[in-house]
Design a protein. Structure first.
Length: 157
């Protein structure tokens, strides 16, 4: 065993500490990413957005220049706006915001949204996405929080 030298205890200690710090940094970074991924969409978890129903059917209809829609919100969070997508018989229509007013907790709101039937055709499907506030910005809630309706009736005049 002559001539063989080992690592001094001081260097071994420094190496072990450096390894522990590097491993800790990796674990902390991984944990941070896991928490951020699980937090995506949490701003919409309390949204209870729905059609306002009358005799078992949503209160909505269309005319030559607009859609009349009544929606309701649940009691947990205010809705700051509503995005609308309409599948017309001629083309798709998208409106980033169809209401300038927020929909309060446990509140229903009647909305008259502009829609040109001559350009987009008769509405076949309407989809509404609620928007909520997160860090002073409006965030559109995911698809599972949207409301959809087909076969929209014409408004009786």
């Amino acid at each position: 065993m002559k001539g063989k030298k080992g690592v001094s205890p001081l260097i071994a200690t420094v190496l072990l500490i450096a390894f522990a710090v590097a491993l800790g940094a990796v674990v902390m970074n991984w944990g941070k990413n896991q928490i951020q991924e699980s937090a995506v969409g949490t701003e919409c978890k309390d949204v209870q957005f729905a059609w306002f129903m009358r005799t078992g059917k949503p209160v909505l209809c269309y005319s030559a220049d607009s859609l009349e829609i009544t929606v309701q919100n649940g009691p947990l969070i205010e809705i700051e706006g509503v995005k609308m997508i309409v599948d017309g018989s001629k083309d798709i229509f998208t409106a980033e915001s169809i209401t300038a007013e927020r929909i309060g907790k446990a509140e229903a709101k009647k909305i008259k949204a502009g829609y040109d039937v001559s350009k987009y055709g008769e509405p076949r499907v309407i989809k509404l996405f609620p928007k909520v506030m997160k860090n002073d910005k409006q965030v559109i809630c995911p698809l599972e929080k949207s409301v959809v309706y087909e076969n929209i009736p014409k408004c009786s005049e």
